[in-house]
Design a protein around this ligand. Sequence first.
Ligand SMILES: [Zn+2]
Length: 295
Amino acid sequence: MKCLICKQKNFARVSERIREGKRNVFQCQGCGFVFLEPIKDSVDYTKDYGAKLFDDSWDLDAAMKARAESLKKTIDDIDQELMQTPGLRCLEIGAGVGASVYGLKQKNNNYAVDVIEPNAKLKDHLTSVFDPINVYTSFSDIKKTYNAIYGIHVFEHFLKPYEQLAIIEKCAAPKARLYLQFPNWDDYYLSTLEGTSLRNYIEFMLHTAHDYYYSIKNIERLFKQTNWDIVKIWTMQDYSIANYYHWIFCGQPMKNIAVATEMGHELREVNNVFHKALEQSSQGNNLCCLLQRKD
Ligand SMILES: [Zn+2]
């Protein structure tokens, strides 16, 4: 077995367990890349992740609005880094309930974003809420090019990241910008939590839908082996300071991501300082990558 990124063959085991139970997790000693031990029946979650997340009890409209609220900082970044592109033709990979499209349209109702979403039920929801919109079920359906493309928490699902970046390139115009956001393995929690809290946080972070866990150092190296130039890479913290103390004192995750990212007004200032400090030291819990297609 060779590291997917640096091709070295030395690995250390970082865990014997993930969220769902027993599974070995290894880290490359060359570049720090973390991955679940490959198994034969590894599920390709890019096919239809929605079917695994949502059932009929979900109120898609409420889920969209709640998720847009917890994605506020990400939506601000996308607005700034992509939506100002001249002659904007924007595509989202893996739109889910449509939270980011909804958030962007709240900023500017003239923004037009086409999306890829394989799940049939979500496709119906997206089509009815955002008409007119092109909702593709896969890359192979796309017959035009886009000059702004983004994916929020989709890249970590790709079992073949190099091949996937080449597929994205096919629907990207020359000099197109690509924004990808996914979990940061080198986050503040991992470097500061201790004992049971640290063990539980690692197990919570590792789960079957994510085979790979990246950090700034190795993701730069991965992108350098593709046809995408790095414009910039930074980290973004969205879990609140209350969530951090919850891990320290309770040693377990909060109820859901909405609770883990919200903050009452009385602590908003200290929460902003917490976020800024972590982001300045590149220890935010999300990696944000802005890339540009080479010609
Ligand atoms: Zn490596």
